[in-house]
Ligand binder design. Structure first.
Ligand SMILES: *Cc1c(COP(=O)(O)O)cnc(C)c1O
Length: 353
């Protein structure tokens, strides 16, 4: 596959203030676009970042056939560029696409699109701990038609946005509320995919929680007895010295950060358990003081410590996050690997030439 390149004749990089970045508001100079028609992916092109024009009847607007991914490119001290476990993103993208009755993206197109796009906008990958270029691949139905059947046309696009992570984990901890009314995902549904509609469905209950002073909702299963995810992140809890995360199901997103944190915790001889977490177990542990920590994991924020959990109208404060908290240790460890200041013993880094 040969990607056509239409180079932008000016860069917006000069107006970028990396220290004042708001997540996902600024985009790099170029984007990747590819069309799916008559059973194949065609017309791959990298062109200046710009609006696209779509017929009002395209199926993604009406029936939500739309999925996405998220990963980051990093620049190390020697100015080499890296991705983190991109093989996991293409595998997951194809699992999402299959469930939404959308055509798979061949691995070769995925890698070429990202490698060439990062290369052409490589100045947007800034150096320094916590700094990276967030890459957003997405696929959506582009056939103009209101017939309620899978689209015959799609677009695969990649856009990129520079991001800055915050370090002082204590200062950026979140307050969460365990859901006793709403659900994010259903048995047999699409909770395990990165379907756009999963996010739309979360906004309303999250807004209600925000109005009560909480940052995020801890999602539970359909009878509100099991802990599933925290906002748009996977969840870990530390009860005593055991680090526990919910086991995967069709309601839970198979997070790459979750998987990496589990591997890192085991390599550091922390005791880990992957199993169902009962709401009652968590609340009892919060009451008794056995709940030492809770945190969310995801590509954007990496590790996001929780400072307070609310359930049944009662707020439970968690112990203060310290240097020897599991969340701090694990966050530093994964960031060191991503930013190349420590050996990549698991072979997670993917070099960009
Ligand atoms: C993307 C996502 C995550 C985190 O996955 P990562 O691969 O770690 O970024 C967790 N939960 C949900 C619902 C998500 O959409």
């Amino acid at each position: 596959m040969k990607i056509k390149i239409e180079q932008s004749n000016s860069s917006r990089l000069s107006v970028l203030d990396v220290e004042k970045l708001v997540f996902g508001k600024v985009f790099s100079d170029h984007m990747f676009v590819c069309d799916y028609e008559e059973g194949s992916w065609i017309n791959p092109v990298i062109k200046p970042y710009q609006p696209i024009s779509l017929d009002p009847s395209v199926k993604s607007f009406h029936y939500g056939q739309s999925v996405f991914e998220g990963l980051k490119a990093y620049r190390d001290e020697e100015d080499k560029l890296w991705l983190f476990r991109p093989n996991k993103n293409i595998e997951r993208l194809n699992r999402s696409l299959e469930r939404l009755s959308m055509p798979e993206i061949p691995e070769d197109i995925f890698y070429q699109a990202i490698e060439k796009l990062v290369k052409i906008d490589e100045k947007w990958v800034t150096k320094g701990n916590g700094k990276s270029l967030y890459i957003r691949p997405f696929v959506f139905a582009s056939e103009p038609s209101l017939s309620a059947a899978p689209s015959l046309k799609y677009k695969f696009m990649v856009i990129m946005s520079p991001v800055q992570n915050y370090f002082n984990s204590g200062k950026h901890s979140v307050k969460v509320k365990i859901s006793e009314i709403y659900s994010r995902a259903a048995n047999g549904g699409v909770g395990f995919t990165k379907a756009s509609g999963n996010y739309a469905a979360q906004f309303y209950p999250t807004n209600l929680a925000n109005k009560e002073g909480y940052d995020q909702v801890i999602w539970t299963n359909s009878d509100y007895t099991l802990i599933e995810e925290s906002g748009v992140m996977n969840i870990f809890v530390r009860i005593g010295d055991k680090l526990i995360t919910s086991k995967l199901s069709d309601r839970i997103l198979d997070g790459i950060t979750r998987n990496s944190i589990l591997t890192l915790a085991e390599s550091l001889s922390m005791e880990t358990e992957v199993r169902d977490i009962q709401v009652k177990e968590l609340v009892d542990a919060a009451k008794s003081g056995d709940l030492k920590e809770a945190f969310g994991t995801g590509t954007a924020a990496v590790v996001s410590p929780i400072s307070l959990i609310s359930y049944g109208g009662i707020d439970y404060n968690l112990p203060e996050i310290k240097g020897d908290s599991y969340s701090t240790i694990l966050k530093n460890k994964i960031l060191e690997i991503q930013h190349s200041s420590t050996k990549d013993q698991f072979g997670w880094k993917y070099p960009l030439s």
